[in-house]
Design a binder for this molecule. Structure first.
Ligand SMILES: [Zn+2]
Length: 293
């Protein structure tokens, strides 16, 4: 048995007392799906961001072997989200954000909001262009009760380089490197007077400083992201701070939340406290919904 590493930080974990109750109409309910995946619900509507359940193993990714979405793991993950999803938002086209996109679109009838590279990759799986909406920084959309605004983002670097930064093949992607980064985006999602900012790393490109942000979800997968974490928080001034993409994305989900080897949550926590940053640092466990207070 593995010790559940999140237990160490139980005072930071937030969750609804009654996870079975219906989603609120006066707030947004947030469910963490692992890696950078989230469900946001308001009333009878839901958005997903970067849903990824397949969990390709480290060696398949590192050796650039043939990879594909695992239907059984997608079925398992989708047990925790609504059967109908209004839209899937994708921050960039890497496999750990988009590999399961086509399969989840088919099953949930969701449309896709993403950059042009992500859309081209998804369409290569036979998804109808009518289901795909290409957005760019500055784009705004209204989907159900959700107002979505798109901001530029940067992908963090690993050993000085953006991973899989090459252009994707125009045909169907086969290997991890075929899922090229594309155009990194951040989203500001608003419903019921609550605002959530979500990115997958990098600095906020055009932070909505004049507006309050209730929850900032910032990707901290790579050491690079820790350098800009404090500054991003100062720009966004959120009420709650949720570091994301810090679990081990190569471990199967049924192991539960295990911190990734390149993340350093203790350092992030120390810095947040030392810099006296605004907002409460929180953690979410897999599939345990939390309604924004
Ligand atoms: Zn990435």
């Amino acid at each position: 048995m593995h010790a559940a590493p999140l237990d160490k930080y139980s005072s930071l974990i937030v969750a609804d007392k009654d996870p079975g109750c219906s989603p609120p109409t006066n707030s947004i309910r947030v469910t963490y799906l692992g890696v950078n995946g989230f469900q946001f619900e308001n009333g009878g509507h839901a958005l997903l961001v970067d849903p990824y359940f397949t969990r390709i193993g480290l060696w398949a990714a590192a050796l650039n072997e043939r990879i594909e979405s695992n239907p059984n793991r997608v079925t398992e993950g989708l047990r925790y989200v609504r059967p109908d999803i209004d839209a899937i938002l994708v921050t960039h086209a890497h496999f750990d954000h988009l590999l399961d996109g086509p399969e989840i679109m088919r099953r949930t009838h969701a449309q896709l909001l993403a950059g042009p590279t992500a859309i081209r990759l998804v369409e290569s799986f036979g998804i109808s262009p009518g289901k795909c909406d290409a957005v760019k920084p500055g784009s705004a959309r209204k989907i159900g009760p959700f107002k979505i605004r798109v901001f530029p983002a940067q992908h963090d670097r690993l050993f000085g380089k953006i991973p899989f930064s090459g252009k994707s093949a125009s045909s169907k992607p086969m290997k991890a490197s075929d899922w090229g980064v594309g155009e990194p985006l951040a989203f500001l999602i608003e419903a019921a007077g609550k605002r959530i900012y979500i990115d997958s790393g990098g600095m906020p490109g055009a932070p909505p400083t004049a507006e309050h942000v209730d929850l900032a979800i910032l990707g901290v997968a790579l050491p690079d992201s820790r350098k800009r974490f404090a500054e991003a928080i100062r720009q966004l001034q959120p009420r709650y701070i949720l570091p994301s993409h810090q679990d081990d994305m190569f471990a199967p989900m049924n192991r539960g939340f295990v911190f990734g080897k390149m993340t350093n949550f203790p350092a992030l926590l120390r810095e947040t406290r030392k810099e006296n940053l605004p907002g409460d640092l929180i953690l979410l466990d897999y599939f345990k919904p939390w309604t924004l207070p």
